[in-house]
Design a protein around this ligand. Sequence first.
Ligand code: NCD
Length: 341
Amino acid sequence: MNFTGAHILSINQFQREDVDRVFAVADKMEPYALRKRVTRVLEGAILGNMFFEASTRTRVSFGSAFNLLGGEVRETAGFENSALVKGESLQDTARVLSGFSDVICMRHPEAGSVADFAAASRVPVLNGGDGANEHPTQALLDLYTIRKEMSDKGRDIDGLSVAMIGDLRHGRTVHSLSKLLLLYNDIRVVLISPKELTLPDSIVESMRAAGVDVTVSHELTQSIADVDIAYSTRIQEERFSSKQEADLYRGKFRLNQAIYTQYCQPNTVIMHPLPRDSRKDANELDSDLDDNPNLAIFRQTDNGVLVRMALFALVLDVADKVDDFSHDVHWYNSRQSPSNS
Ligand code: NCD
């Protein structure tokens, strides 16, 4: 794919060599993310960060990534603070905001809305999550993390077994990650969810058509016995018609250290897109796993900055110029290595 000026809306846009390109650029971003060096390659550029749905890490990760490349960030968060409450169409908002920005990141509760917005935008738009549809940058950072975790163990992405656990029906991160995994060879995926919250058929079918070995399960312990990656997710309460309906499914698949020790292979990597729901009735990923060296959740968030820096650099066509506009850091640097490592 030609990244320059492209919208990043769906994992459907990616071929394996495109993913390789993103990961190669992300690797080069590490000295900047670790504050070993500073680059000003995007000096003068403005990111319009528009989040019309709750977000902490994705919004700040996009913003930090842009700042780390030397760019400025302008944000709008929530419908209530935007002209959308006055009846403005997404298309008009896109026409206006793309006049102020060089690139836009957007999250919105409706599936397809970010693509509609992008169609009217004069600058590239990156999808930060459109309803229950997709979250492509999260899937890229998840796979980047998987690649790093497995290469430490002498393994490749090809040949991996991945369990995805939880609300697979509404979880846009698992939708995008499933589409990404099908680009690789000899992948086995175990889909663990309540019967009512299975992964959409269309995604299962495309995985199977691409040769992925897909198993569907409605129980946790036996299904995670044999996997390299256990990817847990939160019940997506905001996608249900009521809290009561979401309550029916909360807390059904809980992973904790005792279950991990009893059922998982000793080196199974534990992942979660976060936020984990730490309330008592949910608690899908117990905090007693926090000292487990295979818990990769905070490495995922650290890696997210690298991957988003790479996407900005590619879309704005500066991937090969980042070092040319760089210099040493002159402040005290307490952050020398990624968390948990
Ligand atoms: C996810 C999302 O918003 O889809 N969070 C994230 O961006 N890391 C997952 C979730 O909210 O459960």
